[in-house]
Design a protein around this ligand. Structure first.
Ligand code: ADP
Length: 248
């Protein structure tokens, strides 16, 4: 269970990106986040794993507040949160397997990590993850030689070997062939069967409608819609996407 209480984020230049956001998400739910560009979707996701530091509020993950955790405590909380980026964030010169293994780094000491001294158990975990995303034949392929869709699947496998409680995906289909969006969404959704909570920031409304169990709609930093796809009427869509076209 994730509980967000009165979460706010004001950037140094005064931009209020999140404004008093509160909600709770049970384990294993598949949540899609929608809203205009600039509505605060990425900031919400980035606060959840502390790529952004919140200004105020609480983020309770299994009862522990990560909103202001620091140092070792933060690293420990973070290793159970997978993050999938729009731009994959792979190390291009490393193989698919090595990229996936780096998802285990949070469980190693610094030196072990630098030297790449991964255990046999972790190598097996990484191979299993590559298999799960359908890339067992690309294990030793250098990331730079993979297609966009394959890169994103490697990135998902990397998040998976973290053995996450929570998986966050920020526009995971935006940089790949639209025909492959469904493959990525299906994969992400399959993790909810293992009790992993998955939150996807998605700019394609149809994908949110098709896949989400629950949709969160942001507008100007406020959470203004929280419901099921069937509750997302045209009027609600208009309310969520209300704002200047210049914001797009
Ligand atoms: P979305 O993901 O919905 O497009 P963001 O969360 O990226 O929206 O941005 C929300 C608001 O915060 C926007 O007005 C954006 O310009 C602003 N913002 C995002 N990152 C920063 C930053 N590092 N510094 C200042 N403003 C930022």
């Amino acid at each position: 269970m994730i509980e967000v209480q009165h979460l706010s984020k004001v950037f140094a230049d005064g931009t209020k990106a999140l404004d008093d956001v509160s909600l709770s998400i049970p384990d294993g739910q598949f949540v899609c986040v929608i809203g205009l560009s600039g509505a605060g979707k990425s900031t919400f996701m980035r606060c959840l794993n502390r790529l952004n530091d919140p200004t105020a509020g609480k983020i309770l993950i299994e009862g522990q507040d990560i909103a202001f955790a620091q140092g070792r405590n933060l690293r420990k909380l973070r290793r159970r949160i997978g993050f999938v980026f729009q731009s994959f964030n792979l190390v291009e010169r490393l193989s698919a397997l090595e990229n996936v293994l780096s998802g285990r780094l949070g469980y190693y000491g610094r030196l072990q990590g630098v030297l790449g001294l991964y255990s046999a158990a972790d190598k097996q975990l990484a191979l299993d993850a590559l298999k799960r995303v359908g890339l067992e034949e690309k294990t030793n392929t250098t990331a730079s030689n993979l297609s966009g869709g394959q890169k994103q699947r490697v990135a998902i496998a990397r998040a998976l070997v973290q053995e996450p409680k929570l998986m966050l995906a920020d526009e995971p289909t935006a940089s790949i062939d639209p025909k492959l969006s469904g493959v990525i969404m299906d994969l992400l959704k399959s993790f909810t069967n293992d009790g992993i909570t998955v939150i996807v920031n998605i700019h394609v409304l149809e994908l949110a409608r098709e896949y989400a169990e629950r949709i969160l709609g942001f507008n100007k930093g406020k959470l203004i819609f929280d419901g099921t796809p069937s509750q997302l009427t045209d009027a609600e869509v208009e309310r969520i996407y209300a704002g200047s076209v210049a914001d797009l």
